[in-house]
Design a protein around this ligand. Structure first.
Ligand code: CP
Ligand code: NVA
Length: 302
């Protein structure tokens, strides 16, 4: 049976934890010996992206190369999708020639349509609802940096976007406590987006300081995600008290880390002093996209 990875909920908690362990091994193997299992020999990945990307494209293309395979990248203007060929037909065509499809779509419905019509694994490389590949890298980074995931205290400060929802999904599945501080009008509807939401793990609070109190991990993301419209300019005002800065980081536990999926906007959701400061693990987090996704591809092709 073909397995897809459209959200974290496609995997059981123990599958996520095993995948992270494998990712750690693959990272060590690559860093120490420049070795990687050649499981993609004679295999290809197609990346069908409706939105911009640096890390996701780069990490999947390099992952395919290190695994002995090949990657083909399509931005919206490169394929017949631009002229109206449907996601259904595109998924069928790709399935005849490649072994994995990675999509970056606006609507999450589109990635579900790909999965419905593909006969090879489909990976969600970000949709308006979730960014599960990013969370694999984020959990790996947590494990490396603070030594544990389960039982951790995590603060999400900023927009209630696709990353926020995916952190809530990870907290529910893997078992850590997540406090979300986001302006009231920007809270995500978690009950609608997550079928396995654990209310005992995820809590909304009103201020950044409240969320950050004693946190082991403080996370944020852009105040304006791709595809969102802020032509009226409301967001900077709504979010001004939700910036992660030194004052907020001071509330966190000693040894706390700062994470961000990137790209980051210094002076908006995070101060330069925090992003570029000693608690920030964002560059390691970005590199971990590569190793986590190698483990993901290996699992889906097994
Ligand atoms: N974090 C992330 O997905 O980055 P890109 O948008 O550059 O792929
Ligand atoms: N929330 C951001 C994440 C970018 C990686 C977006 O959707 O644009």
């Amino acid at each position: 049976m073909v397995r897809h990875f459209l959200s974290l909920e496609d995997f059981k908690p123990e599958e996520i934890l095993n995948l992270l362990e494998r990712a750690e091994n693959l990272k060590t193997m690559w860093r120490t010996q420049r070795l990687c299992p050649q499981i993609m020999r004679n295999r290809s990945i197609a990346l069908m992206f409706e939105k911009e990307s640096t890390r996701t494209r780069l990490s999947f293309e390099v992952a395919a190369y290190q695994l002995g395979g090949n990657a083909l990248f399509f931005s919206p203007g490169d394929s017949q999708l631009k002229r109206g060929e449907s996601a259904e037909d595109t998924a069928r065509i790709l399935s005849g020639m490649v072994d994995v499809i990675v999509t970056r779509t606006g609507s999450h419905q589109t990635v579900m349509t790909y999965a419905e019509h593909a006969t090879v694994p489909v990976i969600n490389g970000l949709s308006d609802a979730y960014h599960p590949c990013q969370l694999l890298a984020d959990l790996l980074t947590m494990k490396e940096s603070i030594g544990f995931i389960q039982g951790a205290q995590v603060a999400w400060i900023g927009d209630g976007n696709n990353m926020c929802v995916t952190w809530a999904s990870a907290a529910s599945l893997v078992g850590f406590d997540l406090k979300i501080a986001t302006p009231e009008n920007y809270r995500p509807n978690l009950a609608e987006l997550l079928t396995q939401l654990d209310d005992s793990r995820v809590e909304f609070v009103s201020t950044a300081n409240e969320a950050a109190k004693n946190a082991d991990v403080v996370v944020t993301d852009t105040w304006l995600s791709m595809g969102q419209d802020d032509s009226e300019g409301n967001r900077p005002k709504a979010f001004q008290s939700f910036q992660v800065n030194d004052d907020v980081m001071e509330r966190a536990a000693s040894g706390a880390i700062f994470m961000h999926c990137l790209p980051a906007y210094r002076g908006k959701e995070v101060s330069a002093s925090v992003l570029d400061g000693p608690q920030s693990v964002v560059w390691q987090e970005a590199e971990n996209r590569l190793h986590a996704q190698k483990a993901l591809i290996e699992k889906l092709l097994a």
